[in-house]
Design a protein around this ligand. Structure first.
Ligand code: 5GP
Length: 182
């Protein structure tokens, strides 16, 4: 069994990090509009807080991919399950992602959007796990690098639970000796 463990990033620290990211995006966009593409469902809280902080004129759209199912390890098999409703051609697109682990999800999304002739594609990720091999993921705006642990809260789930925690916490074995689910 898994249980909610220690707090990794508290609400105030999240707020400060997101304010910093918004300032970076505003600086780069210099008043030019951007399309924020949120990756459902994990990025929803982050995207809303980021959008509210931005002075850049933004429109919003969402896409959904599936790769994790209900486990805690990426399957590596990333499928598009819900597409955008907006034409990205000629637009500055900023992909808003909750967490980068192996980077496969972002790779797939960049591949999909790249064929649709956006003016530019940038990546804004709240969290990135420090794992060997994912440091070449081209993240333009990063909130927080984190250790290689499974986290929940602030949009991130485990089997759909914990998304509405207002902070990021580590999911840990509950210590009763039973193995964690794969
Ligand atoms: P990647 O494709 O980079 O390996 O995985 C990225 C996706 O896997 C994220 O969008 C997120 O949905 C999920 N993910 C990766 N690490 C975690 C984690 O620690 N906690 C949760 N809840 N989801 C994660």
């Amino acid at each position: 069994m898994l249980k909610l463990g220690r707090t990794l990033i508290d609400t105030r620290t999240l707020d400060e990090g997101i304010a910093r990211l918004a300032a970076e995006v505003d600086r780069d966009q210099a008043g030019r509009p951007a399309l924020l593409v949120g990756i459902l469902k994990g990025s929803v809280f982050f995207l809303c807080d980021l959008a509210k902080r931005l002075k850049t004129p933004v429109s919003l759209d969402f896409l959904q991919v599936s790769s994790y199912g209900s486990g805690t390890k990426s399957s590596g098999n990333v499928r598009l399950v819900r597409d955008l409703t907006t034409d990205v051609a000629g637009k500055d697109v900023i992909i808003v992602e909750d967490i980068v682990d192996t980077g496969r999800t972002l790779q797939k999304i960049i591949e999909i959007l790249g064929t649709r002739h956006p003016k530019s594609v940038k990546i804004c990720a709240l969290l990135q796990k420090r794992i060997p091999g994912n440091d070449d993921v081209p993240i333009d705006y990063l909130g927080f690098p984190i250790e290689d642990v499974f986290v929940v809260g602030y949009g991130l789930d485990h089997a759909e639970a914990f998304r509405n925690l207002p902070y990021i916490a580590v999911l840990e074995p509950d210590g009763d000796g039973s193995p964690a689910p794969a």
